[in-house]
Design a protein around this ligand. Structure first.
Ligand SMILES: C[S@@+](CC[C@H](N)C(=O)[O-])C[C@H]1O[C@@H](n2cnc3c(N)ncnc32)[C@H](O)[C@@H]1O
Length: 323
């Protein structure tokens, strides 16, 4: 199936992720400054660049204010299916005071040579699992608190993600990783791999609105899914504990309120994030995709007029000294 797995229009998430990580970023850059004659920053899952550029400007300015004149290399990464032309154009307009590199590759692989990165960043990305996913039929989005194969896969994917970052980081290099998730797990409420949302009702709604939209579009027999798992903070910390070369410095959780102004906007936002995965996984043609999108607007305007809350979590880590 051709086409990107993920739509890359993510502007809405910029402000909360920046504010959630702001103090961590400041501390990391202050710690790193003066440790090296040049710095390399890696942004994993940068999308088409509008949010990534805001982040990059902040990072570059902070490095320059600490270590004036120090050469910086800023590496932008996303999947090969990303819109690289748009990304390059967005970034070039930003006139970043750094050498720029682009690496189209999955972050479940090594992105750069070992021990070359000072600061590794991943903003709202690691909840996307490493394909191939392990879908169960009719599961759309797997929230935290689920047991079963998705939970296990999400654990191993995150361990792999952390191991790769640990390899790429220089000694004492730091990483700030933000993903959607962060609620508490409720024991005994769920069995098998049925989606269960124990803490974030709107995200549970997101699952049910897609199911309803597919059903209304006459496509409930398709095995549509999104390779997306919302981990609890304890699941993230558990994965981190499997990578002893990374030390946890900080963690935090927060939420972002989705605008309640227009239900059409909400529907289109949900579709912009998950539509490509649903189309690709279910083998929907263009007409079927349009029908689901349209029904999603109807379902959301009937059931979800109050908007929603998206939870985020952030961890800041440091690469320990190598033996
Ligand atoms: C929600 S957007 C975040 C974009 C940007 N970092 C921001 O803060 O707005 C998630 C991005 O992660 C990318 N992504 C998902 N899985 C990936 C993977 N395995 N490797 C690289 N990028 C990935 C998607 O293509 C998408 O552009």
């Amino acid at each position: 199936m051709l086409g990107p797995l993920y739509n890359t229009t993510c502007h809405h998430q910029s402000t909360p992720s920046l504010s959630l990580s702001s103090s961590f970023l400041t501390s990391s850059i202050a710690n790193l400054s003066h440790t090296s004659p040049k710095f390399t920053i890696l942004d994993l899952g940068c999308s088409t660049g509008s949010n990534a550029l805001t982040l990059a400007k902040k990072v570059v300015n902070q490095f320059k204010s600490h270590s004036c004149g120090v050469p910086l290399t800023y590496i932008f990464n996303d999947l090969p299916s990303n819109d690289w032309k748009l990304l390059r154009s967005t970034i070039s307009k930003g006139e970043l005071n750094a050498e720029i590199k682009y690496v189209p590759k999955s972050f479940y692989e090594c992105i750069v040579p070992k021990e070359t990165v000072d600061l590794s960043l991943s903003y709202i990305t690691a909840h996307w699992l490493n394909p191939p996913y392990l879908p169960s039929s009719s599961v759309l989005i797997q929230e935290s608190g689920c047991t079963g194969v998705w939970k296990v896969k999400a654990h191993y994917d995150l361990v792999k993600f952390f191991e790769l970052r640990a390899e790429e980081l220089k000694c004492k290099g730091e990483g700030i990783f933000i993903m959607v998730g962060g609620g508490e797990e409720v024991e005994g409420e769920n069995s098998g791999d049925t989606p269960y949302c124990n803490w974030c009702e709107p995200v549970g709604l997101e699952h049910s609105v897609f199911t309803e939209a597919l059903s209304r579009a006459g496509l409930s027999n398709r095995n549509c899914f999104v390779g997306y798992y919302m981990r609890t903070l304890s699941e993230v910390l558990s994965a981190l504990s499997y990578v002893p070369s990374l030390e946890l410095l900080n963690s935090s959780t927060s939420t972002f309120q989705i605008s309640t102004e227009s239900t059409i906007e909400q529907a289109d936002l949900a579709w912009s994030i998950h539509g490509c995965s649903i189309i690709n996984s279910g083998g929907l043609n263009e007409d079927e995709g349009e029908r689901v999108k349209e029904e999603l607007r109807n379902v959301i305007s009937e059931y979800c007029s109050e908007g929603g809350v998206v939870p985020y979590l952030c961890v800041r880590v440091k690469r320990k000294l190598r033996n």
